[in-house]
Design a protein around this ligand. Structure first.
Ligand code: HEM
Length: 144
């Protein structure tokens, strides 16, 4: 683990950064700046791909259950609620993010908009809760 200490911090950073681009992309489309929307969403997706690669690599080199959440009390329930909803939604939303992106690339903006209205808030939730899980586990309630 010692050699790979940076992975959780890097993963949380990438996760948060893609969330920033996601929010920027939303702002751009709501203010009619389509080209900037395209660029921001493409960047958010690219950062998410880098995140996923880094995340899987970290699980391979560090192991699956290296850090435990040891805090007691209500925060324990909050932590596991956030962790479980984050994990389940992350797995579910990924193919829909790709379809939403693909529809936009193909110029099918009517379908893109309909999908995006559902996909965007869930993707944002996944992004924000990724950072919350990191903060709870590594910064606010570290086990050692
Ligand atoms: C997965 C990445 C993307 C997400 C999550 C996303 C999200 C969104 C959202 C939330 C809206 C506003 C929907 C509404 O009206 O409430 C929207 C609209 C739009 N997006 Fe994206 N977007 C993505 C990628 C792209 C890309 C790559 C392009 C360009 C090729 C694009 C072009 C547009 C356009 C033109 C609209 C306006 C559609 C209309 O009003 O008819 N989007 N998108």
């Amino acid at each position: 683990m010692d050699n790979w200490w940076f992975f959780p911090h890097l993963n949380a950073f990438l996760n948060g950064l893609s969330g920033v681009f996601l929010l920027a992309g939303f702002y751009f489309i709501k203010t009619g700046q389509r080209e900037k929307h395209r660029a921001a969403m493409t960047t958010a997706l690219a950062i998410s791909a880098v995140f996923l690669t880094s995340y899987v690599t970290s699980k391979v080199v560090i192991g699956l259950d290296s850090v435990k959440f040891t805090a007691e009390g209500p925060v324990r329930w909050i932590y596991f609620f956030v962790l479980i909803t984050h994990t389940v939604l992350a797995a579910l939303i990924t193919p829909f993010v790709l379809v939403t992106f693909w529809r936009a690339l193909k110029g099918r903006f009517e379908v893109h908009r309909k999908l995006a209205r559902v996909v965007f808030p869930i993707w944002l939730y996944v992004s924000v809760t990724g950072v919350i899980v990191y903060l709870l586990l590594y910064q606010l309630f570290p086990s050692n």
